[in-house]
Design a protein around this ligand. Structure first.
Ligand code: CA
Length: 227
């Protein structure tokens, strides 16, 4: 398992590098956001430990660029600021977890192991499956019960996000930033309309409804038989 640490504070960086190496990981350390992004894009990491406050690109910019480049390796944010909006921002941009500094190494290690166990790391599956719904990332093809479903590019992106995080309620703001690359504007019903169209393509004619609206919270794609 290969981990990238992006941390500008030499002492913290070295401490993490050493600790994670001793725990059996292959570890690279980048001292700023620019180098961190470059390594992350090319290094095939299973996880990135990413400081928020960095010279050059900050952690949010690094994460945004990673996700924008189609890389979905898990990211654990390190933040010195225990502000709710900072944490929400990180999670909305697609971080998997965060730790508020100062933290103990044992806590970091526990989080790293939990994230890696979730199995969203390493080699990307090329086909996502939930119940009888299949999304082929390489051929950009979606089928349900073996029947082809034609989707627009946005609908495909939306379905990919819902399937990757199936079972999780995804807020509209997260969908807006990840699929439309826009800030959520409560006046627009773009997402509502897109979800409604997608749901009708996916679920119409099937007994099991996979895409659900969770009132006041967002949307979830789930296999009811799985839970
Ligand atoms: Ca820092």
């Amino acid at each position: 398992m290969k981990i990238l640490i992006v941390e500008d504070e030499p002492k913290t960086g070295e401490y993490l590098r050493q600790g994670l190496s001793e725990a059996g990981f292959v570890v690279d350390l980048a001292p700023n956001g620019t180098d961190g992004l470059h390594l992350a894009l090319h290094g095939d990491y299973d996880l990135v430990v990413l400081d928020v406050m960095l010279p050059g690109l900050n952690g949010w910019q690094v994460l945004k660029s990673l996700r924008g480049s189609g890389l979905h390796m898990p990211v654990l944010f390190l933040t010195a600021r225990d502000r709710v909006e900072d944490r929400v921002k990180g999670l909305e941009l697609g971080a998997d977890d965060y730790l508020v500094k100062p933290f103990s190494f044992a806590e970091l290690l526990a989080r790293v192991r939990t994230i890696l166990r979730r199995g969203r790391s390493g080699t990307e599956a090329t086909t996502l499956r939930v119940a009888d719904l299949e999304l082929d990332l390489l051929r950009r093809r979606v089928t349900r019960a073996g029947k082809r479903i034609d989707l627009t590019a946005k609908e495909f992106g939306l379905l990919e996000l819902l399937m990757r995080r199936h079972g999780e309620v995804l807020p509209r703001s997260l969908i807006a930033s990840q699929v439309w690359d826009m800030n959520f504007d409560s006046d627009t019903n773009v997402i509502e309309v897109a979800v409604r169209r997608l749901r009708s393509k996916i679920d119409d004619g099937h007994d099991v409804r996979l895409i659900q609206t969770v009132r006041g919270m967002g949307y979830v794609l789930d296999d009811p038989k799985e839970g």
